[in-house]
Design a protein. Structure first.
Length: 228
């Protein structure tokens, strides 16, 4: 994955109020940390950062140039998003060096088609791997071609590019192949829906029952008075 150059500014305002003002200015609040250095608070241009993440994914490598002269390489470690506005709220960036090994979560894409009348269950969408900080893949691939119901794709089945090592348990299930439900099974799981005629009949029956109740109570009261 090629690095993306992006500019940044030091941040001097902190807390929720400062973060809101940073976002209103079209920037994303971020923190640079790692290698035993003191965390550095910065603001990234929101549009450029969002475009880089859309293209390169959550493991996009950034070459950050801060206006105070600082130049670093960093990988996103944690990204907070606003699900309603679909915007970035805050980013934690891990400082890295060329040639340094890092352990990251990489998305897994399934390729091919399983056997007919099957369904694919994604047990894990990402896989933990170790790679050169400047050569983290944007995704990994695993084939489900021709797999029958009952089959599983494990971490060991995922194709790893040269220089990338598996950090997760090799037996971790990435995807499972199950038998697709039959039409009868699907129908059995559907809730029963009353027809308009059945609904009208039920309402009429309820109305008749409600009308009978006062009459019955009146008869009981009359009988009680007679006995008295």
């Amino acid at each position: 994955m090629s690095e993306v150059k992006i500019s940044a500014e030091p941040r001097t305002e902190f807390g929720k109020g400062g973060a809101r003002r940073t976002r209103r200015a079209g920037k994303v609040p971020a923190v640079l940390y790692g290698h035993g250095e003191k965390p550095k608070h910065i603001a990234l241009p929101a549009r450029e950062f969002a475009a880089a993440i859309r293209k390169g994914g959550a493991n996009q490598l950034f070459a950050i140039e801060v206006s105070d002269g600082t130049q670093v390489l960093a990988l996103p470690k944690a990204i907070q998003r606003d699900p309603i506005r679909d915007s970035f709220e805050h980013v934690d960036l891990l400082l890295v060096r060329r040639g340094e090994k890092v352990t990251v979560e990489v998305p897994v894409q399934l390729t091919g088609e399983a056997a007919r009348d099957t369904l694919i269950v994604h047990d894990h969408d990402t896989l933990s791997v170790t790679a050169d900080a400047t050569k983290v893949p944007d995704h990994l691939e695993a084939s489900i071609e021709g797999l029958e119901a009952g089959s599983q794709v494990t971490a060991a089945d995922v194709e790893l590019p040269a220089g990338v090592e598996l950090a997760a348990d090799a037996e971790q299930t990435v995807a499972s192949v199950t038998a697709a439900p039959t039409a009868e099974q699907l129908e059995a799981t559907l809730p029963e829906v009353e027809t308009p005629e059945e609904t009208e009949a039920a309402e009429a029956a309820e109305g008749a029952e409600a009308a009978e109740t006062p009459a019955a109570e009146g008869a009981e009261n009359a009988e009680a008075k007679t006995e008295a």
